[in-house]
Design a protein around this ligand. Structure first.
Ligand SMILES: *[C@@H]1O[C@H](CO)[C@@H](O)[C@H](O)[C@H]1NC(C)=O
Ligand SMILES: *[C@@H]1O[C@H](CO)[C@@H](O)[C@H](O)[C@H]1NC(C)=O
Ligand SMILES: *[C@@H]1O[C@H](CO)[C@@H](O)[C@H](O)[C@H]1NC(C)=O
Ligand SMILES: *[C@@H]1O[C@H](CO)[C@@H](O)[C@H](O)[C@H]1NC(C)=O
Ligand SMILES: *[C@@H]1O[C@H](CO)[C@@H](O)[C@H](O)[C@H]1NC(C)=O
Ligand SMILES: *[C@@H]1O[C@H](CO)[C@@H](O)[C@H](O)[C@H]1NC(C)=O
Ligand SMILES: *[C@@H]1O[C@H](CO)[C@@H](O)[C@H](O)[C@H]1NC(C)=O
Length: 346
């Protein structure tokens, strides 16, 4: 090649590299997670050992649960701690470890290729006693996008059902909120106390002594136009079932308080929510809610995303564990969390 030809060639190469990387980075959030699913080509069985069940509630793992329930093949789950030496991945739920580190099998041989996973679906404020867990875990598993194994409470997928979703017009109330653990010092409590001066809010849950059964939850929420999807803690990527299930599955418009608006924009369906931070005052927020409530056309705009997107929720621990196998091929093999606490609070 002459120098000028090779220069042109180099430029072309650079250009194509640049555009392909641009394309790659454009696939942010939901689209990227979609790709992760498609990558999964199981070559051998991956064995996942759950060391203890989260919050003491266990489920049967007999049979190939990942295949039969979620169509994920080559993923064998176990909660039999005697199988430790044979496990590819051992998963530890944080809550139980925080009170008793002796639960960890530190005295047992740990195969060099075995990966230990620190798992928590709770925001940082609920993950205490972390410093004693430094240098033990290879991977993290949480709702965070930057966790090694990212298991969000819900996900936005491309492709709607092609139908225009028309919200039921027969609502008997404006706003509802379900809260079981109310703490006056939480940000959400201050917003609630102030907002209720301007608009009536139907409050349910243990705090208000109006608990809702699983069966009653969504039908009750769907009686109102809006739902307060207020997280108990404002933390990186922490968007819980309060949005995905309580609001979206009930077919109501969520008013959100949690991570900053950009996070919701990246993760939730486009135009699907009202973020508290968009208003200088709760009076402004209340006025906006009344304005939208008075104009069904405005209200329906919040449901346009159904034409182009759909949501998927992840609620069961078994499904989350099966996700390890889906993401396994793309996980960094050699990794240690020397400062787990720093990561959790980052
Ligand atoms: C990248 O994303 C932007 C904004 O979401 C969009 O306008 C643009 O068309 C996308 N580009 C490609 C190549 O997908
Ligand atoms: C994977 O596990 C299944 C179910 O236990 C078993 O039938 C199959 O033979 C295993 N496959 C490999 C490659 O070990
Ligand atoms: C199950 O997954 C396989 C590929 O892994 C796919 O070909 C098949 O269509 C899926 N079945 C269902 C019912 O989704
Ligand atoms: C647990 O695993 C051990 C070792 O593979 C096996 O001997 C034992 O029968 C298993 N226990 C149960 C309850 O399956
Ligand atoms: C944290 O660890 C200490 C001692 O290791 C223990 O006494 C305490 O109960 C733990 N805290 C929680 C919330 O589990
Ligand atoms: C609203 O209408 C739907 C369908 O007609 C019905 O299933 C639902 O119970 C009604 N809700 C209220 C609050 O009346
Ligand atoms: C996993 O973490 C342990 C404990 O820090 C470490 O000794 C081991 O080398 C790590 N394994 C891999 C495959 O990185």
């Amino acid at each position: 090649m002459t120098p000028s030809v090779s220069r042109v060639f180099l430029l072309l190469l650079l250009f194509s590299l640049l555009t392909s990387s641009l394309l790659y980075f454009n696939l942010s959030g939901p689209t990227l997670s979609l790709l992760k699913h498609q990558q999964h080509v199981p070559k051998r069985n991956i064995s996942i050992l759950l060391w203890h069940w989260p919050f003491g509630r266990s489920f049967r793992l007999r049979g190939d649960k990942c295949l039969s329930k979620y169509n994920i093949s080559g993923c064998l789950l176990s909660d039999n701690t005697s199988t430790l030496p044979a496990a590819d991945v051992v998963v530890f739920h944080h809550q139980e470890l925080s009170g008793d580190h002796s639960l960890l099998p530190l005295h047992r041989d740990r195969p060099a290729s075995q990966h230990w996973v620190w798992m928590s679906m709770e925001p940082p404020i609920n993950n205490v006693n972390l410093s004693q867990l430094n240098g033990l875990f290879n991977w993290t598993m949480s709702y965070r996008r930057d966790a090694d194994i990212s298991v969000p409470y819900g996900q936005t997928l491309l492709g709607g059902d092609g139908h225009v979703f028309t919200p039921a017009p027969n609502r008997s109330c404006l706003v509802s909120w379900v809260v079981s653990r109310y703490h006056p010092k939480q940000a959400r409590s201050a917003v609630y106390q102030s907002l209720k001066k301007y608009v009536p809010i139907q409050v349910y849950g243990r705090w208000n002594k109006r608990p809702l059964s699983e069966r009653k939850l969504l039908p009750t929420i769907s009686k109102c136009l809006f739902y307060l999807s207020f997280e108990n803690s404002e933390a990186t990527d922490y968007i819980s079932e309060k949005l995905w299930r309580n609001a979206f599955q009930a077919g109501v418009v969520p008013v959100v308080l949690g991570p900053r608006k950009a996070t919701y924009e990246a993760l939730a369906p486009p135009g699907s929510f009202i973020h508290v931070s968009d208003f200088r005052s709760t009076a402004g927020l209340a006025a906006y809610l009344k304005h939208v409530a008075a104009d069904m056309k405005e209200y329906e705009k919040f449901f346009q995303w159904h034409q182009t997107h759909r949501i998927k929720t992840y609620t069961h621990w078994i499904e989350r564990l099966c996700q390890i196998c889906v993401q396994y091929p793309s996980l960094k093999p050699n990794k240690v969390y020397e400062h787990l606490e720093d990561w959790v609070h980052s």
